[in-house]
Design a protein around this ligand. Structure first.
Ligand code: TUI
Length: 315
């Protein structure tokens, strides 16, 4: 049975987090993952506080198990969203795209566990000192806003640098990925792209089909020149952006062009002109299935692969 410190810390059955993807991870998906024994996480992205509150109430009406909210620190509504999290006594928050240091003490007082996403050892060390409960070390294989380092080198370096539990993210989609992450010293995994194919995920079918159709080399990173690198499925929009970046288009113009593109994909279903944020594992996502089946596939797969490994290397 695969258990770790993170299961005890958060009172969850399996060390599997569902990434808090903006416009994708609604209360429906988060509730299904939590109910299955993982940690479901609502993605608040740039959403206003009243939307976040409605999603929290949705999760609470569907499951009594622990769940989380991801706070995107570049959001214009970050202060109001934090207020709702405190009022609703949300069990766990994860953060992305910044340093959540200044919120640690008030969240701790409210009893909310705080688990920032980091893409570097430096930020990991700083946040451990600030008193966070655990960390998610996310490699650049992941979808959306990415750092510079891949999961395989990042995770063990973060594990070596801190004593709090580390969750691995980026490039993980099955039991082999979970087993690999545990081998690197992580105490669990976070998966985003794999959960986009969950039945309970409310994104349009066109987006799920684009993920299912994708092959190993079908994601690209755009925005390196603007300082906000983002990994998405290669499409009409990313090709246009790449061309504009190549000819030195001003940052303000590129950002204007990017506004509203995530919504265009994840709500309107436009997989050519929208930003279909996705990890490199899109090529490995093969079917639409219930979130609980994904959780069990990853756990059962890791246990099976562990037995296989022992048999292969025992003389
Ligand atoms: O945050 C994510 N993934 C995201 S956020 C997002 S919404 C967005 N849309 C357009 C542009 C930018 C964001 C879509 N996907 N993952 C967690 C993550 N955090 N990855 C990398 C980081 C990160 C990067 C820099 C965390 C901290 C950081 O620096 C902070 C510091 O002070 O050093």
């Amino acid at each position: 049975m695969i258990k770790s410190r993170i299961c005890d810390l958060l009172n969850i059955e399996y060390p599997i987090f569902q990434g808090g993807m903006a416009w994708v991870a609604t209360g429906e998906l988060a509730a299904a993952v939590s109910e299955a024994g993982g940690l479901g996480i609502i993605g608040s992205g740039n959403a206003p506080a009243d939307w976040v509150k409605a999603e929290i109430l949705k999760v609470k009406s569907r499951t009594s198990k622990p769940f989380g909210i991801n706070v995107m620190l570049m959001s214009p509504f970050v202060e109001e969203v934090m207020q709702v999290i405190l009022e609703e006594r949300v069990p766990v928050i994860t953060t992305g795209a910044g340093n959540p240091g200044k919120y640690v003490s008030v969240l701790k007082e409210a009893g909310t566990k705080i688990i920032p996403v980091v893409a570097s050892v430096a930020l990991a060390k700083r946040l451990e000192k600030a008193g966070v409960d655990a960390l998610i070390a996310e490699g650049m294989e992941s979808g959306g806003h990415v750092g510079e380092t891949s999961t395989l080198p990042l995770v063990p370096q973060v594990v070596n640098a801190v004593t709090i539990p580390v969750i691995a993210a980026g490039g993980i989609f099955d039991g082999r990925g979970l087993l690999a992450a545990l081998s690197l010293g992580a105490e669990g995994v976070q998966m985003g792209t794999r959960f986009m194919s969950a039945e309970e995920c409310t994104i349009p079918l066109t987006v799920k089909e684009a993920i299912l159709k994708a092959k190993d080399r079908d994601t690209v990173v755009t925005g390196r020149s603007t300082g906000h690198p983002v990994r998405c499925l290669n499409n009409h929009f990313t090709r246009e952006l790449t061309e504009l970046e190549k000819v030195g288009t001003p940052i303000a113009e590129l950002e204007k062009l990017g506004a509203g593109r995530l919504r265009m994909a994840m709500v309107e279903g436009d997989v050519q002109n929208g930003s279909v944020m996705s990890g490199q594992v899109a090529g490995a996502v093969m079917r639409i299935e219930p979130a609980a089946a994904i959780v069990h596939d990853v756990i059962d797969g890791a246990e099976r692969e562990f037995q296989k490994l022992k048999e292969r290397f025992t003389v």
